[in-house]
Design a protein around this ligand. Structure first.
Ligand SMILES: NC(=O)c1ccc[n+]([C@@H]2O[C@H](COP(=O)([O-])OP(=O)(O)OC[C@H]3O[C@@H](n4cnc5c(N)ncnc54)[C@H](O)[C@@H]3O)[C@@H](O)[C@H]2O)c1
Length: 350
């Protein structure tokens, strides 16, 4: 892919800043990224972001929870390619790859509870296949981990040095423990093989392209509000969540790929809202008159979630920029068009 001007300079700077001394770059003008899970919500926005920074992008996805719709606008774009494939199977990707982003995994509770074995397989075999692949290609490896590794945290806000409070046999454990195991695998490849690895602990992210029926709090409440249905609030609604807009998230992941520190970095928005307050903001922004409907808390539902992003601010010079109301307005606008066609699913706050 030919590059010129500021974009190319940015990409070269990105490469220079990287500690990936293993990379063998035939053509220093061009960086090539593989995004596993690249047809999902965050993965597709990451593909957009990398293309804007003049990367060539290969999106690899088995579409188990993602969709071609998310990348349809990219299919004819030079420098972008989509390959349908399952990362738990041997990977065949010819040519050079400079950076591997591993976002492949069911991510919403509704999805991973319906796909427990697939979730464990992608977190174990899938991550290992991608690590082997990165080793062969001498690429930087970026793992999308999650705030769920902290479980129902006893420390607040959560710092990366906190080891978490996870129930290993609860229903959510298929996801939480798969992600914890992935982190362990990534560190083992770093320590044993010297692979240039990064771990992003992603906190609640929202924005356009989320599935309306995936059960996560933002699409569910917005969809209920737009359709005049009661807004579901679990427990007394005093449990807290923080919400990171997707453009902030992908900028954080992009910056992380060129940082040199292999230890986990929290990426999320530290502004904390009670679920009750969040539901009221959704009502206000959608103009909905729907009542709130209170339901019992699901099992192992975390009571508080808020990232400490000191490390991200220091290492990546990164801070979220998009305020909740601003990001929600963009999200609501994108949902308005698809809201009426969607099947309702149970809400499980994440
Ligand atoms: N969205 C969030 O708030 C959030 C929070 C914490 C962590 N994360 C992590 O970020 C990543 C992306 O999450 P998302 O919200 O975009 O979810 P998503 O479900 O929209 O995207 C995940 C993608 O991975 C693909 N996938 C799953 N298994 C695969 C396999 N075996 N082979 C190839 N592709 C496979 C899916 O088809 C989907 O396109 C996930 O790893 C998730 O754990 C997301």
């Amino acid at each position: 892919m030919a590059k010129s001007g500021e974009g190319a300079a940015k990409a070269r700077r990105h490469k220079r800043d990287s500690d990936n001394r293993q990379s063998s770059i035939d053509n220093p003008q061009s960086l090539r990224a593989l995004v596993a899970g690249g047809a999902g919500f965050i993965g597709s926005h990451l593909c957009d972001h990398l293309l804007e920074h003049d990367f060539e992008v290969l999106s690899l996805d088995n579409l188990v929870t993602g969709s071609r719709r998310n990348i349809r606008h990219l299919l004819s774009r030079p420098g972008f390619r989509f390959q349908r494939g399952d990362v738990t199977r041997p990977l065949r990707v010819p040519g050079r790859v400079d950076v591997v982003f591993n976002l492949a995994s069911p991510a919403s509770p509704k999805d991973y509870l319906a796909l427990p074995l697939e979730t464990l397989a992608v977190g174990s075999t899938g991550t290992r296949n991608l690590l082997e692949f990165a080793l062969r290609k001498k690429a930087v490896f970026v793992q999308a981990s999650t705030s769920e590794v902290y479980g129902d945290p006893l420390l607040h806000p959560q710092t990366e040095s906190y080891w978490g409070n996870v129930n290993p046999v609860g229903p959510r454990s298929v996801y939480d423990e798969a992600k914890r195991f992935s982190e362990t695998l990534v560190m083992a490849y770093h320590r044993k093989h010297g692979l240039a690895t990064r771990i992003a602990r992603i906190f609640n992210t929202y924005g356009p392209r989320m599935k309306l029926d995936d059960g996560r709090i933002v699409p569910t409440l917005v969809d209920q509000a737009l359709n005049g249905k009661p807004l579901t609030v679990f427990g007394n609604g005093r449990q807290t969540r923080s919400f990171c807009y997707v453009s902030d998230m992908v900028e954080g992941l992009y910056r992380l790929s060129s940082c040199t520190d292999p230890m986990p970095v929290n990426i999320g928005n530290p502004r904390e809202f009670t679920v009750l307050r969040f539901a009221r903001i959704v009502k206000k922004l959608t103009g909905s008159r729907s009542p709130l409907r209170f339901e019992p808390l699901p099992e192992d539902d975390p009571k508080r979630r808020r990232p400490d992003i000191t490390r991200a601010s220091r290492l990546l010079r990164w801070q979220p920029r998009v305020e909740l109301e601003q990001g929600l307005k963009l999200t609501i606008d994108s949902f308005r068009s698809k809201s009426c066609t969607v099947r309702q699913g149970p809400l499980r706050p994440t």
